[in-house]
Design a protein around this ligand. Structure first.
Ligand code: HEC
Ligand code: HEC
Ligand code: HEC
Length: 418
């Protein structure tokens, strides 16, 4: 009796293994699933959007990945290593170029991609490295779409070489079992009013800016459709990678004084979002975006919303601080590292957000210092934080000298003699 049971059990186990093996093999051959029932025709859109309002939304969301510093436009760039376990991600060209960009896309196609996450051309669901917005309001959606049709220089046609993302096999499996698309048809979504701050804050944080995409348990398992179902919603802990390749842990945003922003004043919260600096004067590292375009009402709505979350008091292990080389050897390099510039510009200043145009754009150190101190004072389109208050005049001068020397003369050029 016992032996028969064992045999049957063994047989079932072998069958289960075979079935799993066959499913995995099939996924490997088929690639990610397609959602053929999704059609751009079901996303036809009436409303006329406002281009300037749309540009602001693109600056708050799309620039982070699609901005290409070499053309100063949304021509796209490589965005790994944040998602390196899922494959190699490349944010495509969003300019109006008809071959390499989205110049020939219809508005309905763009709307379908943004609301449902299903790509209108190949009908696969976008990998988690392209966040889609199932609950973005009609007004915001119309504005965004209008912007991508506009004459703004950021979307003027750029014919850059085509580079496409590649999915790791693990992502193909996840695409079958875990990634779900948004609704298959256009539905009406209202933007909450400023008179309802908590609702507006929730909308901004979860549906538009998607702070939960990083500030929860993992960047790989984010629920864009029902954000609050994301694992570890706003409890932090997701491991991300900055553009120097260092691991950074996204902190929790619940109102816990121990493991969240419970002790933060409104001013401190505002400074983190607008200037990209923490209460103790540290630069917030990549991929934490800065949001200089948010209005006062929007920031305070989000602040109010985060206070309503239930506090998570389990402390997180934060990432180790960066290594900083001694001041005595090279004071400029010391500042570059101490302040955390490599987090976004890479140790050689020539990473995906390259500084190689600095000598051409900022002819002297004074203009460079001006930019680093308050980028929007120099270029109203800039979206870097404002780091002027973090260093003395002397330190800033050394920093500017170093950036210029690094990109003009390479890594081994010595600092100037006293
Ligand atoms: C976190 C990074 C990130 C952000 C933010 C982001 N994208 Fe993307 N986007 C990507 C990546 C990566 C892809 C490529 C997807 C793939 O690998 O299939 C992509 C693909 C696209 C595509 C498909 C283009 C094509 O030619 O196939 C469109 C359109 C697009 N994004 C628009 C937007 C818009 C509009 C926004 C802002 C609302 C935005 N994206 C925000 C990373 C991002
Ligand atoms: C692409 C990922 C990403 C997104 C999106 C994002 N953050 Fe962050 N955020 C981070 C990371 C990573 C850090 C930690 C940076 C560091 O340690 O230098 C951070 C830090 C912070 C901090 C500082 C907290 C502390 O304890 O030091 C605040 C506040 C914050 N984020 C708020 C927000 C808000 C609000 C949003 C949405 C409007 C948002 N973040 C969107 C990744 C992100
Ligand atoms: C959190 C990310 C981040 C950090 C940290 C950061 N930057 Fe930037 N920086 C950017 C982005 C994004 C841009 C380009 C986009 C824009 O603002 O127009 C930029 C642009 C610049 C530019 C202008 C480049 C050009 O071609 O116009 C300079 C100069 C610069 N950064 C210097 C620095 C220095 C020096 C530090 C350290 C004090 C620093 N950055 C820290 C994100 C960052």
């Amino acid at each position: 009796m016992k032996r028969t049971l064992l045999r049957v059990g063994g047989l079932l186990l072998v069958l289960a293994l075979l079935a799993t093996g066959a499913a995995v093999g099939l996924a490997w051959v088929l690639g990610p699933p397609t959602y053929d029932e999704y059609n751009a025709g079901d996303f036809e859109f009436e409303a006329q959007g406002d281009v300037l309002a749309g540009k602001r939304l693109a600056e708050l969301t799309c620039v982070r990945c699609h901005y290409d510093p070499t053309t100063d436009s949304l021509a796209g760039r490589r965005i790994a290593p944040e998602y390196k376990a899922l494959g190699q991600a490349h944010a495509p060209n969003l300019t109006r170029d008809e071959v390499r960009g989205i110049g020939l896309w219809t508005e309905a196609e763009l709307v379908m991609l943004l609301r449902s996450g299903v790509h209108p051309k190949d009908k696969t669901r976008l990998p988690p490295w392209m966040p889609f917005h199932p609950n973005i309001s009609d007004v915001d959606l119309a504005n965004l779409v209008a912007y991508f049709r506009s004459d703004d220089p950021w979307v003027a046609p750029q014919r850059t070489p085509e580079k496409r993302s590649t999915l790791a096999f693990r992502s193909v499996l996840q695409a079958w079992v875990a990634w779900k698309p948004g609704p298959a048809k256009l539905t009406a979504v209202e933007r909450p009013r400023e008179s309802e701050p908590i609702a507006l804050g929730a909308y901004l944080a979860n549906d538009l800016l998607q702070c939960h995409g990083c500030h929860s348990k993992s960047v790989e398992a984010v629920d864009w459709v029902t954000p609050h179902k994301t694992a570890g919603f706003y409890q932090g802990g997701a491991k991300v990678t900055d553009l120097a390749g260092n691991t950074v842990v996204a902190p929790g945003l619940t109102p816990s004084p121990k493991a969240g922003i419970g002790g933060w004043t409104y001013e401190e919260f505002r400074r983190a979002l607008i200037e990209g600096v923490t209460p103790v004067g540290k630069i917030l590292r990549w991929p934490m975006p800065t949001y200089p375009r948010l209005t006062e009402g929007e920031v305070s709505a989000m602040y109010a919303y985060f206070q309503t979350l239930s506090p998570n008091n389990t402390p997180l292990k934060r990432a180790a601080p960066y290594r900083v080389s001694p001041k005595i050897v090279d004071p400029g390099r010391h500042e570059f590292e101490r302040l955390g510039c490599p987090s976004c510009h890479a140790p050689d200043a020539l990473g995906p957000l390259s500084l190689k145009k600095v000598p051409e754009k900022y002819p002297d150190d004074a203009s460079l210092v001006e930019y680093i101190s308050d980028p929007r004072f120099v270029d109203p389109n800039a979206w870097m934080g404002a780091y002027g208050k973090l260093a003395s005049d002397e330190e800033m001068a050394a920093l500017a000298e170093y950036v210029r020397r690094r990109v003009e003369r390479g890594p081994y050029a010595p600092p100037p003699k006293e």
